[in-house]
Design a protein around this ligand. Structure first.
Ligand code: PA5
Length: 443
């Protein structure tokens, strides 16, 4: 089970602006209200991500088994919530699980990046997974068209078998295309938004292709859902962490830094960045009043960024809340040899493991921040595996929705993203968007 250590978010002689336990008591009613709203949303089938751990995944495993050894790589074409979870799972698990096959994610329209991916793969051994809930996003459609064209020219007889599509079950251009072309396809459920979709077909197909145990992932998520089922703060880490972050936001701590002390969890900090930013960064409350809320998520990597960011974190503006991700047992480890036993500059390291040094650095950074009065908490993974990642994913999705309820905003929409998408359509000449600048009131 992953653990959540929040003592350095509470008031102490060091964290003088820390949260008093009384304050948590005072918030009980707001917590109950937010919990009741979540239950109501669940009954109305709005928060589909809660149910994903219960799904039957045979349709995914059957499809992956049907591929045999035909492909050695999957390239995901998608962006935002249609990409970040795939990337995070693959990079977290590729080493400990010694995954069978490679997953690459093309989540931009940078031509050089595309060129690099095409250089890295063997086209004949690559399956392309086009993921887009709306079925229309410009970036994903552009990369789809380049790839589909190339595949059609290179493999005219069977190019449709080299593309798989994950999109809405009925709506959107891509669903139409699936119906016309015969591409294999998967579904983004109606009631699951992009950034909450990693445990749906969106994240599971590429994971199963790579060899990730998706049932273990869902089991971990189910266990965290159970742990977060009641409004009792002391047994519900998602609500507790959400509430603590909410109180800090109200105190003006507008930045949330997630700092994994493990390279393999760095892409999870990216996944978190989208979830927290896009869900909570809102202009309007649920009644349509301007409130301009949100907390800017920042990612940093321990220990690398101790030599880049931590100076600012310890001595700069006290406007941040920190979350460290720590791993107790790494999949591989190295012992540092005592190469210079008579030299005090380095002999203290001799005989220690690299993981020991890394975890000491994590604790040391937490000490440094605490003694400078900077609130911080730590989530510890006993090891990085499917089960613990499932727990982590579910905890953060629940925490995000819960915090949105406390903030009185809709954590599921993203009107700010839509504005950019529409402006892109206008700039690229899409029919119907000719006058979009007038809507934006830009000359
Ligand atoms: O979380 C979200 O809803 C967004 O970030 C989307 O995932 C992103 O905009 C991509 O949209 P789509 O999956 O429709 O291509």
């Amino acid at each position: 089970m992953i653990s959540f250590d929040y003592k350095n978010l509470l008031h102490s002689t060091k964290i003088r602006t820390g949260i008093e336990p009384d304050k948590l008591e005072l918030m009980q009613e707001a917590v109950q209200d937010a919990h009741a709203e979540i239950q109501k949303d669940r009954q109305q089938d709005i928060l589909g991500f809660y149910d994903l751990p219960d799904q039957n995944v045979d349709h995914i495993t059957d499809y992956i088994n049907s591929l045999g050894d035909r492909f050695d790589t999957m390239v995901v074409l998608g962006i935002g919530g249609s990409a970040l979870g795939n990337k995070a799972l693959y990079s977290a698990l590729r080493t400990p699980s010694q995954l069978r096959r490679k997953v690459l994610v093309y989540d931009n329209v940078d031509p050089v990046f595309l060129d690099e991916i095409l250089d890295e793969i063997t086209l004949s051994k690559t399956l392309f997974n086009v993921i887009t809930k709306s079925g229309t996003t410009a970036e994903t459609m552009a990369s789809y068209m380049i790839i589909a064209d190339r595949l059609r020219r290179t493999f005219p007889d069977d190019y449709t078998e080299r593309i798989v599509v994950t999109t809405d079950k009925e709506k959107g251009f891509l669903r139409k295309l699936v119906n016309d072309s015969g591409y294999a396809s998967f579904i983004v459920p109606d009631n699951v938004g992009g950034r909450f979709s990693v445990l749906s077909d969106v994240g599971l197909v590429s994971s199963a292709f790579a060899g990730i145990d998706i049932k273990a992932l869902l089991k971990g998520a189910a266990e965290m859902r159970q742990r977060c089922a009641e409004a009792d703060l002391m047994s519900n880490p998602a609500y507790l962490n959400g509430l603590l972050h909410y109180i800090y936001m109200k105190q003006g701590k507008n930045i949330s830094v997630m700092m994994p002390y493990a390279n393999s969890l760095y892409d999870f900090a990216d996944w978190y960045r989208q979830l927290w930013a896009e869900s909570l960064g809102k202009r309007k409350d649920v009644k349509g009043r301007d409130i301009f809320v949100g907390q800017t998520p920042v990612k940093a990597l321990g220990s690398t960024d101790q030599h880049s960011q931590v100076q600012l974190y310890v001595e700069g503006p006290n406007d941040k809340v920190f979350t460290f991700l720590k791993v107790e047992s790494f999949a591989v480890d190295y012992v540092i040899p005592n190469l210079h036993p008579d030299r005090e500059e380095v002999n203290y390291l001799g005989g220690k493991k690299l993981s020991q040094l890394l975890n000491a650095e994590a604790l040391a950074t937490s000490y440094a921040l605490t003694s400078a009065g900077r609130p911080n908490c730590t989530i510890t993974f006993p090891q990085i595996d499917e089960h613990h990642l499932g727990e982590f994913i579910m905890m953060y999705m629940i925490q995000t929705v819960f915090t949105g309820k406390l903030l009185n905003i809709n954590p599921l929409d993203q009107p700010g993203v839509e504005a950019g998408k529409n402006a892109t359509y206008m700039l690229m000449g899409k029919k119907g968007y000719e006058n979009y600048l007038e809507d934006l009131k830009i000359d």
